[in-house]
Ligand binder design. Structure first.
Ligand code: URP
Ligand code: ZN
Ligand code: ZN
Length: 455
């Protein structure tokens, strides 16, 4: 099928210019100031609109335990939010299961995706052993070139010795190591203290995970990464102190990429003081921080310390895993939904409100994520790349609401926020997936992205 997107303003990390885009099959074949239709092309009028590369969300939790969004629902929601590729956390490695059978199992779970996808192989501390380490090359061969580790959470936490060993072996293969950096042991102690003294409200979630625990873990793991010259990627950076550790590491030459998420830029810990049901929406780890941390994250973006904004999408129902019940803050499932809103939130709070340029925006949500994870055909609009395209009308507005979302979660943490600008069309490899918030694609059209290690 041939298509011409006419007269839109194409945005790249270098600038923005008005041109036509000619798409044949799945690929961008030509970009020129004027492309005349010959016969059977479908014409999409993009005059007065921005034309962005399809966005890439490199941190999602579709089909993880307790999540209401599976790959089908979650990827439709992603598409509605301008996302044309995602990288999901492959959770739940069973005892004795090999990495390759786990990856293959996830290929089955993801088969109904409507956008392109890849995986980060999650290796919980309790599953790390010599057998798993020996199997790392099989993950690379299967196109899964990044692993995710945790320095917090009961069953997932890794000791420094485990981290050292895994990072050593992963770095030899060129794998990227994603790290959830929080000092889990200190945090567990703090949670016990608070609960024993009857402090059970949601704000204690932030009190028991102070910024120094994130910064300390970030420093520890980056020291190990630096020692082995590994490719390190710190997920969901939330605070100034952790950013300072990342700055220091970068200055001494550590190979580190930092990610943050819209929730840490838009919300702060005041949301944890709302009433029980409301505050449960805003429980995520690391927790929402203080206003000065939010400012330092925006600054970190503009200084190039943070190169990616991902959603860390978790679809946890208020009437499900987030139900506080009669217990305490530590029982509320952590994580926030955002796959559908990340793109517009970053456009609105970033570009419209003057915190970042249009070029930085496209870099954060499209171009850098593609580069960081070696998605070679993605992330920019140029000839030969996949025709992954998002058209945004800056003159429309959207009020974010659970009522119009495609995410299947029973609330939306951004409910009622009005953003200036709305997505009108989303194409993944030339296939129209979304037209004015309606899914018009086909289930299972998404492809597994077989990644190679970045050299
Ligand atoms: O609160 C969060 N971020 N939940 C998802 C799991 C994780 O730590 O990424
Ligand atoms: Zn995490
Ligand atoms: Zn996550």
């Amino acid at each position: 099928m041939k298509k011409i997107i006419k007269g839109g303003k194409i945005v790249s990390t270098e600038g923005a210019y008005v041109a036509d885009i000619y798409i044949e099959d799945e690929t961008i074949k030509m970009i020129a100031s004027e492309i005349n239709p010959t016969s059977d092309e479908i014409i999409i009028n993009a005059e007065g609109k921005f034309v962005f590369p399809g966005s890439i969300d490199v941190h999602t939790h579709l089909s993880n335990i307790g999540q209401s969004d599976n790959f089908q629902d979650g990827s439709i929601a992603a598409a509605a939010g301008g996302v044309t590729s995602l990288i999901n956390m492959n959770d739940q490695l069973e005892e004795g299961e090999s990495l390759i059978s786990h990856i293959n199992k996830w290929k089955g779970i993801a088969k109904d995706a409507v956008i392109d996808y890849s995986f980060h192989e999650v290796i919980p501390g309790e599953r790390l052993n010599d057998k798993i380490i020996k199997e790392l090359p099989s993950a690379v061969e299967a196109g899964c070139t990044s692993i995710k580790v945790f320095m917090a959470y009961e069953d997932k936490i890794m000791s420094d010795g485990q981290l050292y060993k895994l990072i050593r072996e992963a770095s030899k293969l060129g794998l990227t190591i994603l790290v959830h950096a929080e000092e889990g042991e200190i945090i567990n102690e703090m949670i016990d203290e608070q609960i024993k003294s009857g402090k059970v409200e949601a704000i204690n979630h932030a009190i028991t995970r102070p910024d120094f625990t994130e910064a300390g873990a970030t420093k520890r793991v980056l020291d190990i990464g630096d020692y082995w010259n590994a490719k390190m990627y710190i997920v969901h950076v939330t605070c100034q102190k952790a950013l300072e550790e990342i700055r220091k590491a970068k200055m001494k030459g550590t190979n580190v990429i930092a990610e943050t998420c819209p929730q840490y830029l838009i919300f702060n810990e005041e949301y944890l003081k709302l009433d029980k049901k409301e505050s449960a929406k805003y429980i995520c780890t690391p927790p929402l921080r203080k206003e000065f941390d939010q400012k330092s994250l925006w600054k970190g973006i503009n200084e190039g310390l943070i190169s990616t904004v991902a959603s860390d999408h978790c679809s946890l129902d208020l009437n499900g895993p987030k139900k506080m019940g009669e217990v305490n803050f530590s029982q509320i499932a952590n994580g926030m939904a955002g796959i559908e809103d990340r793109f517009l939130l970053m456009y609105h709070f970033g570009v419209n409100e003057g915190r970042i340029s249009l070029q930085t925006f496209v870099d954060l949500v499209c171009t850098s994520p593609a580069k960081n994870f070696n998605l070679q055909n993605k992330g920019t609009i140029s000839v030969g790349k996949d025709a992954d395209i998002v058209i945004l009308d800056p003159n429309k507005e959207k009020v974010i609401s659970e009522k119009i979302q495609h995410q299947t979660v029973d609330h939306n943490p951004y409910e009622g926020i009005k953003v200036n600008g709305d997505i009108t069309h989303v194409f993944c490899r030339g296939n129209l997936l979304i037209e004015n918030n309606t899914f018009v694609g086909e289930i299972g059209e998404g492809k597994f992205l077989n990644r190679r290690v970045n050299n």
